[in-house]
Design a protein around this ligand. Structure first.
Ligand SMILES: Nc1ncnc2c1ncn2[C@@H]1O[C@H](COP(=O)(O)OP(=O)(O)OP(=O)(O)O)[C@@H](O)[C@H]1O
Ligand SMILES: [Zn+2]
Length: 751
């Protein structure tokens, strides 16, 4: 009988585009019983057969070989083996996000180069009486005496700390070991990211009536339809965290793993504290502030099932849980769940795929769900469960909208309206605290009228137009439309370009207004250092800070019952972003930050300052009417065919030469249109928009152009395939080597 030939199909551990495909290697006989898909191997590659790391994606059987093949060199036995589900996910990611195999693989198998950390321990071998005796005998060796004295209490200690504690030299320890009084051992220790923090227990409260009901609905639903996700829409302060805790407790009881995603872990120390307070060491955190060693160790604990609860930002969705029971995504609407680098995945999509493949359950939670998720709930693709009351008893804060146009007409051109100052005085008088939000992400220069609040918008896209200083025109960066800069406001009077003030200016202004109170600022400038977020939040919690000023990083998740006033200094900064999600983002941000007020027993008050008090996102967030906002916004999305009524693909071109980048963008658009026309979609070519300079037209001296495609009539997968075929695989024909191209299917940030 003829023997079968076993062939491993591998992906090389290389990021080069030309190597992004499967390579066949013969599996030598002695490996045939050992090898499995998902394993890490070493293969000879290239003309001089350099040994290269690779991953086995599949194994196939052949009767004969079509061509001579090289043999696998080695199986890395200690390395992580991807599961079948993970291999399938990698294939799916490649197709969906147009990334390379290795980029997908590296999400699941991090490139941990640091080995395990070894620590030398000293163990005392003497019983306490004996020890005391020896100590007396050792008068002439005071250093050895000191070491023994230290060990009397603690019995075991890492060598390094023992030496530090006693001031003794290493020779003293060696001498003691030679006498047999102590032993020395080398041990692998876990680098614990929580080693310096104290965990206070977080006792389980009695669920409120509404929480109880929500739990029942969720559990009942999953008993019948475990594959259908749940959207938990709970108002701010409604106690969603407690629902997460309880669901995870059940999962734990079934010996299964849980993943809880949070938008940004540094901003949510309270969440981690609560989970550690309830579940202790079974909680692992994965995030970018951990050292490589800490990351590796946490990863190992998860893989071995020692830590069954994983908390982390979007990348934690790839945690190596081997028996996944549930994934919970808190603040599911947050844009941080979308990766802005290859692979450009969305954590919620990955979660869905993982849950499907690993038979786990998925819960999305938010006070302001993304339109996409709510839309799915409306169409029964996910189950909507609502929490409409605050858990701790308080009510939602009252919101006062302040019209800054009126304030200006009446002579107050400062950043602080009279209502805001009055509210802050009242708040501080009662020894309460306040949060002030200034969203500074206003990098686009807009044309706006401070008299009436008018903003120049594109008539085709309903997006605010960007002012191009050099060319003296207004441009829509979606469709490329150009318009002259109006000399005067078409609504009333004079036009000025709008400039937002920074948080630092606000901080200074507040300190002048309230010289006897402590003002602090939290934004990216102050929090670049590791742990500084937490330090500020701890001071705020300890009431050492009265007024906290910040960017949107203070809007989320914070739960401080003593905060009774929230000031939103300028709602317009995010409202005027040239992004079709600007209204949605504003509504979410306003609602979230307003939700920080009055979470305890005292009533909260919110002052929302704006030039556009009549904008639906502003007044609907003021009355906290999510449902009406959803309906209004959906009408606009439908009229202009934005997601969820279309799917977008964004191609970005980068180059140091503006000419090259413009040429590449235009050639690419033409090529894509040409193919789509050939495929029979000639009537819908307007779905491939005119390319133009990106919202941030130049970064680090490299010019950026974007090409946006809006799939409505042209099928999304066809568009995606066309883009991949032309602009990625065949890019050399249309695009100069000076230009870098990135493709983002379903972009979250457009521009
Ligand atoms: N069953 C309960 N009984 C008493 N207090 C509760 C209960 N559940 C939650 N709380 C308290 O209610 C407060 C708000 O809860 P939590 O922080 O979970 O709100 P949330 O829904 O996550 O809100 P947000 O979206 O604003 O972050 C917390 O201080 C929490 O301790
Ligand atoms: Zn336009």
């Amino acid at each position: 009988m003829k023997k079968e030939i076993l062939i491993a199909q591998v992906i090389l551990d290389h990021y080069h585009a030309k190597l992004d495909h499967l390579f066949d290697y013969l599996i030598p006989e002695h490996m045939q019983t050992l090898i499995q898909p998902g394993m890490q191997v070493t293969v000879p590659f290239g003309r001089n057969n350099r040994l290269t790391e690779a991953f086995v994606m599949s194994i196939k059987c052949r009767q004969k070989m079509d061509q001579p093949l090289k043999e696998l060199a080695h199986i890395s036995e200690e390395a992580y083996v991807m599961t079948a589900a993970q291999i399938e996910m990698v294939r799916w990611m490649k197709k969906s996000y147009l990334c390379r195999y290795i980029e997908g693989i590296r999400c699941f198998v991090p490139n941990h180069r640091t080995g395990k950390k070894k620590v030398i321990w000293v163990h005392c071998q003497l019983e306490s009486e004996e020890l005391a005796e020896q100590q007396i005998k050792m008068k002439r060796a005071p250093m050895q005496q000191k070491v023994l004295e230290a060990l009397q209490e603690i019995r075991h200690a890492p060598l390094a700390s023992l030496l530090k504690m006693t001031g003794a030299p290493n020779s003293a320890v060696k001498a003691l070991a030679a006498k047999g009084f102590i032993t020395i051992s080398e041990e692998i220790t876990r680098r614990n990211p929580f080693k310096d923090s104290v965990t206070t227990p977080y006792p389980e409260p009695r669920l409120t009536h509404f929480q109880e009901r929500a739990m029942m609905l969720i559990r009942g639903h999953w008993e019948k339809k475990p594959e259908i996700p749940v959207l938990l829409h709970g108002i701010t302060g409604s106690g969603k965290t407690e629902i997460y805790l309880q669901l995870i407790k059940r999962t734990l009881a079934q010996q299964q793993d849980s993943i809880l995603l949070v938008p940004e872990i540094a901003l949510t120390p309270q969440m981690v504290q609560r989970f550690r307070g309830r579940f202790g060491d079974q909680v692992a955190v994965l995030h970018s502030h951990l050292s490589e060693g800490e990351k590796l160790d946490e990863w190992g604990r998860i893989r071995r099932g020692e830590a069954r609860i994983v908390i982390g930002p979007r990348s934690a969705i790839f945690a190596p849980c081997q028996n996944l029971g549930i994934i919970i995504i808190d603040e599911e609407h947050e844009h941080t769940y979308k990766s802005e680098q290859a692979p450009r995945y969305h954590a919620t999509e990955i979660a869905r795929q993982r849950c499907r493949l690993e038979k786990a359950q998925l819960l999305l939670g938010s006070a302001t769900p993304s339109l996409e998720s709510y839309h799915e709930a409306e169409h029964q693709k996910i189950l909507l469960v609502e929490l409409k009351e605050r858990a701790a008893g308080g009510r939602l804060p009252q919101v006062e909208v302040v019209d800054l146009r009126k304030e200006a007409r009446e002579g107050n051109r400062t950043l602080f309206s009279r209502s805001l100052i009055a509210a802050l005085e009242h708040c501080l008088g009662k020894k309460h605290q306040a949060i002030l939000l200034l969203n500074r992400r206003a990098f686009a220069t807009l044309v706006m009228c401070p008299q009436c609040g008018y903003v120049a918008k594109c008539s085709q896209c309903d997006i605010s137009m960007k002012w191009h200083r050099k060319e003296r025109v207004l441009k829509c960066h979606y469709c490329g439309r150009r318009e002259p800069v109006p000399e005067s406001c078409p609504m009333c009077g004079e036009l000025v370009s709008f400039q937002g003030a920074g948080t630092q200016k606000v901080e200074e202004g507040l300190q002048l207004l309230f010289p006897d109170h402590v003002v602090a600022r939290m934004d990216q400038d102050v929090t670049r250092q590791k742990g500084s977020h937490q330090a500020i939040l701890e001071r705020f919690e300890a009431k050492e800070i009265d007024l906290l000023v910040g960017t949107q990083m203070i809007a989320k998740g914070l739960d401080f019952p003593n905060v009774t006033v929230v000031g939103i200094l300028l709602a317009d900064t995010s409202l005027n972003l040239p992004d079709f999600r600007a209204a949605e983002k504003t509504f979410q941000l306003m609602t979230q930050v307003a939700g920080r007020a009055g979470r305890g027993m005292q009533e909260g008050k919110v002052i929302l300052q704006t030039f556009q008090p009549d904008h639906y996102a502003v007044h609907l967030s003021a009355i906290q009417d999510y449902h009406r906002f959803y309906q209004e916004e959906m009408q606009i999305r439908q009229r202009f065919l934005y997601p969820p009524f279309s799917r977008l693909i964004q191609v970005t071109f980068w180059s140091e030469s503006e000419e090259a980048v413009a040429k590449a963008a235009h050639h690419s658009a033409a090529a894509v249109r040409f193919i789509l026309e050939k495929s029979g979609y000639g009537e819908h070519l307007e779905e491939v928009m005119e390319p133009g300079p990106a919202l941030i037209a130049k970064i680090e001296n490299r010019y950026r152009y974007t090409l946006l495609m809006k799939s409505v009539k042209i099928p999304f997968h066809l568009m995606r395939k066309t883009v991949k075929y032309l602009l990625m695989d065949g890019r050399d024909r249309y695009i100069s080597p000076m230009v870098t191209v990135t493709v983002d299917p379903d972009p979250r940030i457009v521009g």
